[in-house]
Design a protein. Structure first.
Length: 412
């Protein structure tokens, strides 16, 4: 089945590569329109997944990732429209070189071809990934997790029909409905058909794809995101930012999972922060000095400092300097998003320079690490690797380049 899908994708990619920007944008607008028009049927399919997920004992964080409502579907549609308004990433001339022999060499952006996406319980990825691939001129084969299979099918069918409505090959978007491990492994071995494979999901899924794929992989990462409360922090600002970063959506990779607090401010700051987090029932797991300030929190283990909870849980580490904070974060971070809350600009610059993560903030929530919030439209994922792409991956990160060489008879 996947081999046949791959052949269809390659043929569709070839036709999409020659599609005008106007036609691609028409398809995106049609997808947005049809997603909103089919809100009820998509939610009905999603309700089956939610019911199955609860019966299977999925955590609140995973249920939150899985859940669709009218607002979230409208958000998916708005993402499509935002992508339609962005410049076409293909055909941009990045460099032009004229050689002494008269050859003119142009480096231009072009589609990757066929992109595979393996992801878990986030049905919005089905739409986000498809529209980004479409605008960047690539066909996509989507393989979601079993938790969202009904939602994904409903969304994919709406998008395929929308693409067909404007005259494009519907096979620029395909969904693998077999959610067995075998289909995932087969997708990883489709070198020669897939030009790129992008995993989105748990640390285990990403590791499995990176270690087993023969297709080139762009690695997205889990998010053990930190917020460091420096000794000069505005405590009320810190509490507001931490409350937002931890509790707005617990099941997302840019949620704050770990706090690091300077010892000079922890006695004043931690009770205020705890009071805000108590509003949402967040369990705090702290080191000995945090426990001394708030005796009713839970003792932290070493494992807590490296855990992406995706739940109403957060760890607290006490430090005596910004250098200790940076060392702790770089040790336990997954390279996703970190923030410093401080009124000291020198400390802010030091933190932002020395923290080794894809997105580093000063006095702002880590929840902004997102393609839409960065003005990229929808995103294909957050890359935590350093080759090719890092941070939120938009249109530019899923194109490649080629050289066009113009001559008038030159030989070597």
């Amino acid at each position: 089945m996947l081999e046949e899908m791959g052949l269809k994708a390659k043929a569709a990619a070839a036709s999409l590569a020659s599609a005008t920007t106007q036609l691609k944008n028409m398809a995106l607008v049609e997808i947005a329109t049809k997603l909103v028009e089919n809100t009820d049927s998509i939610i009905k399919a999603n309700e089956i997944d939610i019911e199955n997920g609860k019966a299977a004992g999925l955590s609140d964080g995973l249920i939150d990732r899985l859940m669709l409502n009218a607002e979230r579907i409208k958000g998916m549609a708005d993402g499509c429209l935002q992508v339609s308004r962005l410049d076409d990433p293909c055909g941009r001339v990045l460099d032009t070189i004229t050689r002494p022999n008269g050859l003119v060499i142009k480096k231009v952006t072009c589609p990757m071809g066929v992109i595979g996406i393996i992801y878990e319980a986030r049905p919005n990825v089905t739409a986000d990934a498809a529209v980004l691939c479409l605008k960047s001129g690539s066909a996509v084969i989507l393989r979601g997790g079993k938790e969202a299979v009904n939602s994904n099918q409903a969304i994919a069918e709406v998008m395929r029909q929308a693409v067909k409505n404007v005259g494009l090959d519907e096979n620029v978007i395909q969904l693998v409905t077999d959610t067995s491990r075998e289909s995932s492994v087969e997708l990883m071995k489709m070198k020669g058909t897939l030009d790129c494979l992008i995993p989105r999901g748990s640390k285990g899924l990403i590791r499995a794809v990176v270690e087993n794929s023969t297709v080139p992989v762009i690695e997205t990462g889990s998010g053990n995101c930190h917020i460091y409360v420096d000794k000069t922090a505005n405590i009320e600002m810190a509490a507001d930012i931490i409350f937002n970063a931890k509790t707005q959506r617990i099941g997302v990779c840019n949620a704050c999972e770990s706090l690091v607090i300077h010892s000079k401010i922890i006695e004043k700051a931690l009770p205020v922060i705890k009071a805000r987090l108590d509003e949402k029932g967040v369990e705090i797991r702290g080191d000995e000095r945090a426990l001394a300030v708030c005796p009713d929190i839970i003792p932290a283990t070493e494992e807590d400092f490296g855990t992406e909870y995706l739940d109403y849980i957060i760890s607290v580490k006490t430090v005596d300097s910004i250098d200790e904070a940076i060392a702790h974060i770089n040790k336990y971070s997954t390279g996703h998003s970190e923030a410093i809350i401080t009124e000291n600009n020198d400390n802010a610059e030091k933190f932002m320079r020395e923290i080794d993560s894809s997105s580093v903030y000063h006095n702002a929530s880590t929840r902004f690490t997102d393609g839409g919030e960065f003005g990229l439209g929808a995103e294909i994922g957050i890359s935590t690797q350093k080759l090719h792409a890092r941070g939120p991956m938009g249109l530019g990160e899923i194109t490649t380049t080629k050289y066009l060489i113009y001559g008038n008879g030159q030989v070597r």
